[in-house]
Every structure is written in C-alpha cells, then in structure tokens.
Write a protein that binds this ligand. Structure first.
Ligand SMILES: Cc1cc2nc3c(=O)[nH]c(=O)nc-3n(C[C@H](O)[C@H](O)[C@H](O)COP(=O)(O)O)c2cc1C
Length: 214
C-alpha cells in the first residue's frame, strides 16, 4: 500500500497453535554424519511424497536419491554449490527433486502448469513425514541444475528443480568441524513476516479483518 511501512519479519518462535510436527520443523544445516537411514524409513518418507495431491492427479514429481556412501550421493555432491558442499554431504541422504516440464509424448503424461507447485507440495509432505520420524530436512536451490540433469541423464521433459538434505540433526558437537560461516548461519534466528503481510481480505494488500479479532 502506498505510504505504508513495509512489514518487518519477526524472530518469534513458531506459536504453539501449530501442530508439533510443524513447530519442530526447521531447516537444519548440521547433521549427524554417522547416521545411516534404514531403507524402510527412506521409503516411508518418499511414500509421503507419493501421497501428496497434484493437479489432475498428474504426480509430476521425481526424486534422485543418494544415501551417504553411495554413487548417487557422490554424484549429487559434485554438482552442489561450494556453499552447500560445506554442510549438505554430512546428511545421511541428499535428494535432487525433479518436476515435469513438458508433455512426454511417449507416455502421454500431460504436462501441467501446476507441476512445480505439485512438486513443492510433495516436498512439504516429505519434510513433515521426516520430522515425524525424528529427522530434519533442509531444502536447497544451490546446485548446478544443468550438470545435475546431465549427470543423471534426465530426459528433456523433466528438470532438476531443488535439492533436499535429509538426516538426523547433530547432537555430538559436529558443528565445530564446519566452517565458521555455516556455524553462524545455522544459529541465526528464524524470521517470518507477520500474517498481516500476506493474508488479505477485501482487496490485495488489505490485511484480513479477522486477524484483528481476538
Ligand atoms: C527452494 C529453496 C531453496 C533454498 N536454497 C538454499 C540453499 O541453496 N542453501 C541453503 O543453505 N539453504 C537453502 N534454503 C533453505 C532456506 O534458506 C531456509 O529454508 C529458510 O531460511 C527458512 O529456514 P527455516 O525453515 O529454518 O525457518 C532453501 C530453501 C528453499 C525452500
């Protein structure tokens, strides 16, 4: 709104009105580098994505999954930005997410304008399922997308989209072995815009009236 003060993000903790799973979720940067995820647990986490809703049930998502120590994990680490290489390899799993970007005429799966939205929703399900199992996730965009598409022979109607580091948050002082900037960043307060900044009624930019009710 013209002349109004821009909303300031606040560093309050998540309110207790949130379900515990969401309250306790945070984008963790420091992981237990010994933790090995059982295949059944990893499968359960990916089932959460599988059961996410999508436009026309198109399910336009894909996941390239590397477990620490395997070849896929090694190849993913190679394409990460230098900054993400500093912390992500310690997570027990790194995933490259994909969404469908064009119709696959061979298989007649129609491309949907909502594909990236649907992928995001599937990833949100992953974060919550992981949290329910005592694990945390940090998503990232910092990797060479073209190199990832090449390294994993992604067909042209799909595209590497984001990365997910998934693992057990560190509990044994692993932080000390990370570069100072990672330690600092991992301790930054979590900031959020107030609801009034993005929940509207009447017209865009008008904070929803019910927010003022107590
Ligand atoms: C699409 C996306 C891209 C991101 N890219 C990076 C990244 O490249 N490196 C990184 O350390 N964190 C990255 N993040 C993590 C965000 O910085 C983090 O989720 C945000 O600061 C909120 O943290 P919180 O959920 O703990 O409050 C990304 C998150 C998302 C959803």
């Amino acid at each position: 709104m013209p002349g109004s003060t821009p909303p300031v993000p606040s560093a309050d903790p998540p309110p207790d009105t949130l379900t515990q799973l969401l309250r306790q979720r945070e984008s963790v940067m420091v992981y237990d580098r010994e933790h090995v995820i059982p295949a059944a647990d990893l499968r359960a986490i990916l089932e959460a994505a599988r059961w996410a809703p999508s436009a026309g049930n198109s399910q336009p998502w894909g996941f390239i999954v590397g477990r620490r120590g395997d070849e896929t994990h090694r190849k993913i680490v190679q394409v990460l930005s230098a900054a993400n290489q500093a912390w992500a390899p310690a997570a027990s799993v790194i995933i490259i997410t994909l969404h469908q970007v064009a119709t696959d005429f061979d298989h007649e799966i129609a491309y949907s304008d909502y594909a990236m939205f649907d992928l995001g929703q599937a990833v949100a399900h992953i974060t919550v399922q992981a949290r329910s199992m005592g694990l945390q996730v940090r998503q990232f965009g910092g990797f060479d997308h073209r190199a990832a598409n090449e390294a994993f022979e992604v067909p042209p109607h799909w595209a590497a989209t984001t990365g997910i580091a998934l693992g057990l948050p560190a509990t044994h002082g692993e932080e000390a072995s990370l570069p100072g900037w990672v330690q600092q960043r991992s301790r930054l307060p979590r900031e959020r815009l107030p609801l009034e900044a993005f929940v509207h009624s009447g017209s865009f930019g008008h904070a929803a009236d019910f927010l003022a009710e107590r």
